[in-house]
Structures are given as structure tokens and as C-alpha cells.
Design a protein around this ligand. Structure first.
Ligand SMILES: Nc1nc2c(ncn2[C@@H]2O[C@H](COP(=O)(O)OP(=O)(O)OP(=O)(O)O)[C@@H](O)[C@H]2O)c(=O)[nH]1
Ligand SMILES: [Mg+2]
Length: 477
């Protein structure tokens, strides 16, 4: 094999410790020729690179440097981040950090990739012909000087006389920076007109308005937010409130304490921008999910509208008919009409085996999904903290729908919870600023509008006829 397996890439990214990167092949001795001139032509001035040697024994090893390769002769190139490595199974996987940063790599037009003053790892000089069997007899130089525990370690692991199948140089690109010129979803648009339209749509919403249902038929719909601790459930509620207040509000307590900041079930009515009228939707906040604490025993009661505002979640007991404020006979306005699973976009890094949620939390969510499915409740994913996940979006929130990384992250979030990608709504909350920007307002309102549409879809299937007939009004509200 002369390519890096997923496991190899995972190991290398772990060694690098800088999150996701894409590996782009700049040079291959097998494909381009084992020649120092060609190596320099293809690899000079290309930023951080990874040099990987594959030998006929199946050993994979090499070196990483952040210093761009150069042809100008410099025998001592400084690089404190350089390292040599061996890949393979378990014990064979090793990273040798640089110990003499001042001589981490050698730049020389006559040589291929050369690491350390020894050199600790020198691959070839001039041009080396390919043998009849397609391999290169390189007799690697491995003397040891500038890297940790050299020469014995690498020398013990690698037999430098074994023919080499390929030497590949990869550039490591920060995949976070890929921003497309076109949006990967047509809407939302980041314009003032679009913001006004969203504001109008959300403020003038009432349940099944487009289906001829009267404004008074159902006071409000309820959107329930569920997700791991710290994913930004309460922050989103504050973002929604802030849009209508025109400044950042903190009605729902948000923060990071290592355990769930929200301990209660809270229902937040939202007042419109006239500061007078309630809008026709409520946001319902929950305690965060974690490995040792599940809200699942209360979830049926929440979905069906039995659980009162301010109910405190308890690890050892669940809501009962004796719970203070328990609704014995919930009406339609008390039930949940849409569920949004809230995930942290930053908490995803398959290279280091990190998913958005732990296995235990995922199981809790799967159980909740089944309960929603039984009731026909539509479910969406709110993918928060896109600013932390993508530097381009951090710089400019309106880049979110042009960011390839966010597009992929949405896809992975959908996969993680087994929902269609179009249900994923990327989001950045107000968390530092005191005033809300138009871009954040657009994302907030767009995401709320999608949730209102999901709630309407549920109502249309299950309650349209009831809601059209005024005689049911008293039973519904
Ligand atoms: N960078 C960034 N930070 C955010 C965002 N949303 C929330 N946060 C931060 O994430 C932390 C947790 O946010 P909360 O809203 O309290 O999360 P939660 O899901 O309600 O957490 P629990 O109530 O503990 O379950 C806070 O410090 C927020 O400031 C976001 O979009 N971007
Ligand atoms: Mg909270």
C-alpha cells in the first residue's frame, strides 16, 4: 500500500493535535520520479508538509515540518513543531519530537526531504532510478541527532536497507478555510430585505395560518430543545428573544459549569417587537443530557403536555400525577409540536474518535426519537457554535452557507442522529456581543421559521380538521 489508511491519517492528526486537515499529495517518487530537482519543483514554498516513506516490508514512516521546503541551501532550519514518526499497529506507532529545533530540517537543492542535522532522516540525494521491480534502493540515512530518542528508536523500527516503494509528500491544508462562492443552500439570504421578510413571517405566524385555521384556534405551538449539556440550548432561546428585543437578552441562564446549567423544564413565551403581544410559539428548554443523567423517564410526560413550567429534573424520580402543577388533562397548546436536537458543531472530530454526542447520550436521543416518531412529531437538528467549528464563519457569520466545512458538519450531524441532512440548521448564538448582528438575526429567524413549519406539518397531519372547527376550540386551548 502506498497511501495513508484512515487509521494512519487519524494517528497523524493526533500527533499534530490541530484538528481536521486535508492531505493533498504534492509529490510522489513513484509517479513523478525520485529526483531532488522534481521534489523541490513540486514542494518548495508549499507550507507545512508531511513526508511519508512506504517500503516493501509494509512499513510507513517519515517526518513532518511546518517550514516550507526551499532550494536555497540552509543546513539548519528552525522548526519547533517538526517530528518524525512511524505508523502501524499499537506499539509500532511512534512520534519522535524535535529536540534541537534549530536544526529540524535541512534545505538543499541537491537533496530530497531531509530531517535533522544527523541527518536523522535523509531520503535521497540527486536522482535515483527506479529498479526493475518498481522500487527504489535508497539506503536511507538515519544517524540521529535532532529528534527525541534517536537513532536507536527509528533505526530499531525501520530497516533502512529495505527497498522503498514510494516517497510521498503531502501538504496539510486547513480544511476549515474552504469557502465557496455559491451557497450550498439557497436560503437564507443575508440581505436586509430577507431579514425583514423573516421577521414578518415569524411575527405574523399562527398555527396553520396557510390552511385557513383561525388565529384564535390554537394560542401557540411549543418547540422543545433537547441536547447534551453545553450545546447551547438556552443560548438559542436567548438569541430568539434578543431578535425581538433588539439587544442581547439572557432570560435563559446559559454558561459552562461541567454539569447542566439548566436544571428545570422551562417554557418561554416570546413577546413580539411591539413589546406587547405574545407571538404564537413558545420555546421549551430542558436539562442537558449527559452520560450519568437522563431526562428520558420524563419525556413522554413532556411531549404530551403534562409537565409544568419550572419542573425540576431529578435523577432518582420522575414526574408523577402528584408533581406540583402536573397537568392531568393537557390541551393541544400544552403538547410539544416540534423537537429540535441541539448539537455543538465543534464537538466533532472523527480523527480523534470524537462525535457530537457520547454513545450513552446518543442512546438517550434515539429513545426520544422513537417517542417523537410514535406521535408524528417532526424533529430537526440545531447545529450550534458554527463559529468555533469554522474560522471563516467566525470571521463572517454570513459565510456559513458557503463554508464547505459547515456543509460537511451538517451532513455528519444528520448521520449521527439518523435524520435527513435538510433537517440540520447551522447556528451561531450571541455569546460575546451585547448587540445582535443582522447575520445572527437572520440565522435565528430562519431557524425558528423552519421549526414553525415543522410544527405546522405535524398539526396539519394530526389536527387540521379539529383546528378548522371552532367548536373544538375550548378543548384545544
Ligand atoms: N462560540 C459559541 N459559543 C456558544 C454558542 N452558543 C452557546 N455558546 C456558549 O456555550 C456555553 C453553553 O451554552 P448554554 O446555552 O448554556 O448550553 P445549554 O445547552 O443550555 O447547556 P445546559 O443547560 O448546561 O445543558 C455558553 O458558555 C455559551 O456562551 C455559539 O453559537 N458559539
Ligand atoms: Mg441550558
Amino acid at each position: 500500500m502506498t497511501s495513508l489508511s484512515d487509521q494512519d491519517k487519524e494517528t497523524l492528526l493526533e500527533f499534530l493535535g490541530e484538528g481536521s486537515k486535508s492531505f493533498r499529495k504534492l509529490y510522489s517518487a513513484k509517479e513523478n520520479g525520485c529526483d531532488a530537482a522534481i521534489f523541490h519543483q513540486r514542494c518548495d514554498n508549499r507550507g507545512p508538509t508531511l513526508t511519508v516513506v512506504y517500503n516493501t516490508d509494509g512499513q510507513v514512516f517519515g517526518g513532518y515540518t511546518t517550514a516550507s521546503w526551499q532550494s536555497a541551501s540552509t543546513p539548519h532550519v528552525y522548526d519547533k513543531s517538526a517530528f518524525l514518526f512511524c505508523l502501524g499497529e499499537g506499539e509500532e506507532r511512534k512520534k519522535f519530537s524535535v529536540t534541537k529545533s534549530g536544526s529540524a530540517v535541512v534545505h538543499d537543492a541537491r537533496s530530497g526531504p531531509t530531517f535533522g542535522r544527523g541527518p536523522d532522516l535523509g531520503l535521497f540525494t540527486g536522482a535515483v532510478q527506479k529498479g526493475d521491480d518498481g522500487t527504489f534502493a535508497l539506503s536511507l540515512m538515519m544517524k540521529g541527532d535532532s529528534y527525541e530518542i534517536m537513532p536507536s528508536s527509528l533505526g530499531d523500527l525501520i530497516n533502512s536497507d529495505i527497498p522503498v516503494v514510494d516517497v510521498v509528500v503531502y501538504s496539510l491544508e486547513d480544511i476549515k478555510h474552504a469557502v465557496m462562492s455559491k451557497q450550498w443552500r439557497e436560503e437564507p439570504k443575508f440581505t436586509e430585505e430577507y431579514l425583514q421578510k423573516l421577521m414578518e413571517d415569524v411575527e405574523s405566524y399562527w398555527p396553520l395560518k396557510d390552511f385557513g385555521v383561525d388565529e384564535e384556534a390554537l394560542q401557540h405551538i411549543n418547540i422543545l430543545f433537547i441536547g447534551p449539556i453545553g450545546a447551547g440550548k438556552s443560548s438559542f432561546l436567548n438569541s430568539v428573544e434578543s431578535v425581538f428585543r433588539g439587544h442581547v437578552t439572557m432570560s435563559a441562564t446559559a454558561g459552562s459549569r461541567g454539569k447542566s446549567v439548566t436544571s428545570m423544564y422551562r417554557q418561554y413565551p416570546i413577546t413580539g417587537s411591539d413589546n406587547k403581544h405574545y407571538l404564537h410559539f413558545q420555546l421549551c428548554d430542558c436539562r442537558g443530557l449527559e452520560d450519568g443523567f437522563s431526562i428520558n423517564k420524563d419525556i413522554d410526560a413532556i411531549l404530551d403536555g403534562h409537565v409544568p413550567d419550572n419542573y425540576i429534573f431529578n435523577s432518582s424520580s420522575s414526574v408523577t400525577t402528584k408533581t406540583h402543577g402536573y397537568r392531568r388533562d393537557p390541551k393541544l397548546k400544552d403538547k410539544i409540536h416540534c423537537v429540535a436536537y441541539v448539537l455543538d458543531a465543534e464537538k466533532y472530530s472523527p480523527e480523534v474518535g470524537m462525535s457530537f454526542v457520547t454513545e450513552a447520550v446518543k442512546e438517550q436521543i434515539i429513545d426520544i426519537q422513537e417517542k417523537c416518531d410514535q406521535r408524528g412529531i417532526q424533529q430537526l437538528i440545531l447545529l450550534n457554535k458554527i463559529d468555533n467549528a469554522c474560522p471563516a464563519t467566525k470571521e463572517d457569520t454570513s459565510a456559513v452557507y458557503r463554508s464547505e466545512l459547515i456543509q460537511q458538519r451538517c451532513f455528519h450531524a444528520a448521520n449521527c442522529l439518523g435524520l435527513p441532512p435538510l433537517t440540520v440548521l447551522p447556528m451561531k448564538n450571541n455569546f460575546m456581543e451585547l448587540t445582535t448582528s443582522d447575520e445572527v438575526a437572520i440565522l435565528t429567524l430562519y431557524n425558528v421559521r423552519q421549526m414553525l413549519r415543522a410544527a405546522d406539518a405535524y398539526l396539519r397531519v394530526n389536527y387540521l380538521d379539529d383546528l378548522r372547527q371552532d367548536k373544538y376550540e375550548s378543548q384545544l386551548n
